[in-house]
Design a protein around this ligand. Structure first.
Ligand SMILES: *[C@@H]1O[C@H](CO)[C@@H](O)[C@H](O)[C@H]1NC(C)=O
Ligand SMILES: *[C@@H]1O[C@H](CO)[C@@H](O)[C@H](O)[C@H]1NC(C)=O
Ligand SMILES: [Mn+2]
Length: 479
């Protein structure tokens, strides 16, 4: 750790700035964005009127997916220097990631105006414009007709499975362990499940999920243990590795997957169909919660929609979207441990009863604030960090011991903060093939409810890069 003196002459300030620049460059080349953020914060402190520091810290925040902070920094950079082009790009990228497409479009517009000959800027502007128009169109038709379920327009019974299909099939319409094993092997060889089987799984899992409460409450007996996993993000081969290390799900080997199953990784369909299959096979012992990536906005940008369209159809994506809206939002174990994807809330006084009452069959933006926060953010549009005071008050009020959340990549795969009362778990090792992080899962036993951490590293996967199906803006953007 390098400490910078607070008592600075102009000369030491000058050298410190040079040292910081070198340190930040090293951090960036090491992908150590957390330290880069620390050093840029020092730099901002030394020289609060330099747009580059804010802009570069904004990029570091983008890389760690703290989009709210990234947005604030890009905005600050532009306040200092409204001609700083990179600032517009970064603010646009932050807004895109937060689903604020119109705001993003405005910034691309500015770049195009200032640099009429910049082809890259023009392309991004056009791409973003397309999304804004598409959203407007979707809104227009959504208000015209009462939402009909895709399920009503499917005739699954009559879908035929061609003779040359030799892959796994449900047995009399039911999922069996044999089917699950065959399907996982089939996926491992990069083969496609027959669309009829995929639809069967989706229709059945929609029915199962829609009967669950928004807050799932379970009791672990003295002798029981559950495994809690964080984000998996389409890293199918790493999911298989979790099952290899920790055993296949079963009635005696229960799991809870804490959201963000899809997007970014290019094997999201394989991940989600495997998880849905196990949910159907062991509805009481296999649990899934919704993450911020089980939403239309995210799926459009980060690959899942593109992947489903590439491997199946737009109609199947519609059905996924319907199913995602029925995923529960939080799970409580033995009235003591609360698990949810994003973390706690910006307002104080939220109770478990408030969570029970959330009507969840909807997309986050028009759904009241609670549901969105649980998946995504806490204070003021910022996507990470709520203070220990928030955790403390929440736990006390609800008579809980600690919370488990996911959503943020951690170098060790997990992180224990707030004196052990807020635990983060993340299960996508070497996230996006580039973060170099470990993955982790947690064992929680009924006997003592003490979290026990298990780490693992990434395994190889076939040569399809992450984000292969993502929106081109996201592929080309600095994310
Ligand atoms: C800001 O980031 C750029 C790369 O985008 C880098 O070349 C430059 O050195 C950084 N500036 C400072 C002051 O850290
Ligand atoms: C299957 O198709 C046939 C002929 O089109 C139709 O008569 C029958 O009702 C369909 N079955 C179902 C279950 O929809
Ligand atoms: Mn997330």
């Amino acid at each position: 750790t390098i400490r910078f003196s607070r008592n600075r002459s102009l000369e030491t300030k000058f050298y410190q700035v040079i040292v910081i620049k070198i340190l930040c460059d090293i951090c960036f080349s090491d992908k150590d964005y957390e330290n880069a953020i620390k050093y840029y914060s020092e730099a901002v402190d030394l020289n609060p009127s330099n747009a580059i520091y804010y802009s570069n810290r904004s990029l570091a925040y983008l890389r760690t997916e703290c989009y709210g902070y990234a947005l604030a920094d890009a905005t600050k950079a532009l306040e200092i220097d409204k001609n700083y082009i990179k600032g517009y790009y970064r603010r646009a990228t932050s807004n895109m990631a937060l689903g604020k497409f119109k705001a993003a479009l405005k910034d691309y517009e500015t770049v195009v105006r200032v640099r009429p000959n910049d082809k890259d800027a023009k392309m991004k502007y056009q791409e973003c414009n397309k999304i804004v128009k598409q959203k407007a169109f979707e809104r227009a038709i959504a208000s015209d007709e009462i939402k009909k379920s895709v399920v009503d327009s499917l005739d699954i019974e009559n879908m035929t499975i061609e003779d040359d299909y030799v892959g796994p099939k449900l047995e009399d319409g039911t999922i069996t362990l044999t089917f699950m094993k065959e399907m996982m092997d089939w996926f491992k060889d990069q083969k496609k499940l027959h669309r009829k089987c995929a639809y069967q799984i989706l229709v059945q899992v929609k029915d199962v999920l829609s009967k669950l409460p928004s807050l799932v409450e379970i009791t672990l007996k003295e002798t029981e243990k559950i495994t809690i996993c964080g984000d998996t993000h389409g890293q199918y081969y790493d999911l298989l590795n979790i099952f290899k290390l920790n055993g296949l799900p079963s009635e005696t080997n229960p799991y809870l997957f804490n959201g963000d199953f899809v997007d970014r990784g290019s094997f999201s369909l394989e991940v989600i169909l495997t998880l849905f299959g196990f949910k159907l096979l062991y509805p009481e012992n296999f649990h899934l919660l919704r993450g911020n990536h089980e939403t239309d906005n995210m799926n459009q940008m980060y690959g899942f929609e593109g992947e489903v369209k590439a491997k199946y159809t737009a109609q199947m994506f519609q059905l996924f979207s319907e199913v995602f809206q029925w995923l529960p939002l939080a799970q409580c174990m033995n009235n003591k441990v609360l698990v949810m994807h994003g973390g706690l809330f910006s307002e104080d006084g939220v109770t478990l009863d408030d969570l029970r009452k959330i009507e969840r069959n909807r997309q986050p933006p028009d759904s009241g604030r609670l549901i969105f926060q649980m998946q995504h953010e806490s204070k003021s549009g910022v996507s990470c960090q709520f203070g220990p005071d928030v955790t403390e008050r929440f736990l006390e009020q609800n008579k809980l011991d600690f919370i488990v959340r996911s959503h943020e990549v951690k170098a060790e795969g997990y992180e224990v903060t707030h004196s052990g009362k807020c635990i983060t778990v993340f299960s996508a090792p070497n996230y996006c093939d580039q973060m170099g992080n470990k993955g982790a899962y947690i064992h929680l036993r009924g006997s003592d409810l003490k979290p026990e951490f298990h780490q693992f590293t990434a395994v190889p996967h076939p040569n399809v890069k992450p984000m292969a199906y993502a929106n081109t803006l996201m592929q080309l953007g600095m994310m």
